[in-house]
Design a protein around this ligand. Structure first.
Ligand code: FMN
Length: 186
């Protein structure tokens, strides 16, 4: 079946990670619709292990401060200034966490469910003409970021930080063909 016969498949194929955004912020309603779509992801034992955070102005300031300090220590003042500017220009920031469990297998399944939820989230945004970048950079692992979100490291893990906006540039991507990744057994 071709893509044109399956509009959903086209959405899956055409979604791209985008780093540069137009200044106008996407409507809050679309962000909420994306969270709504996220929660219909498969999740074993119906654990619904995810939480979504929409950062407001004060939280973004605090996050930019953390990122600036991390970049300053690693790559110097020029890079830190540039990083702050880039981050401040992002229209929306969201974060996703996954509940932690003592059972390692259950935790792995919950993480998988969160990733499914995030794909739903990203596809819903993309359908509305909005892109994002999923980041697992140093900020997402910094103790101060956990404090900012108000989550305890023992209770939840940050699965990703998402910069969100209307794309300025949509990069091209390639994937290996199906023949390279599919094994058909007798
Ligand atoms: C778990 C996960 C973590 C990621 N972390 C980063 C990141 O820290 N920085 C980044 O630029 N992209 C990150 N990405 C986005 C990937 O680089 C991106 O999906 C990949 O280049 C393929 O591009 P596409 O999403 O347009 O198909 C992450 C993606 C996933 C699934």
């Amino acid at each position: 079946m071709s893509d044109s016969q399956q509009p959903g498949l086209r959405l899956v194929r055409e979604r791209r990670t985008v780093a540069l955004f137009k200044p106008e912020p996407p409507p809050r309603e679309l962000l909420l619709a994306a969270v709504d779509a996220a929660r219909w992801a498969p999740n074993h034992h119906l654990t619904e292990p995810w939480r979504f955070f929409l950062l407001g102005a004060a939280s973004v300031d605090a996050m930019v401060e953390i990122a600036g300090e991390l970049t300053l220590a690693k790559r110097g003042a020029g890079a830190a200034k540039k990083r702050r500017q880039l981050m401040e220009a992002v229209p929306h920031w969201m974060a996703v966490t996954c509940r932690r469990t003592e059972d390692a297998f259950r935790e792995r399944e919950d993480y998988a469910a969160c990733c499914c939820a995030i794909q739903n989230f990203m596809l819903c945004l993309w359908e509305g003409g909005v892109a994002c970048k999923w980041s697992t950079g140093a900020v997402t692992r910094d103790e101060r970021f956990y404090e900012l979100l108000g989550v305890g490291r023992e209770d939840e893990m940050v699965v990703g930080l998402f910069s969100i906006g209307y794309p300025r540039i949509i990069p091209e991507q390639k994937r290996r063909p199906v023949g390279e990744i599919l094994t058909e057994l007798a």
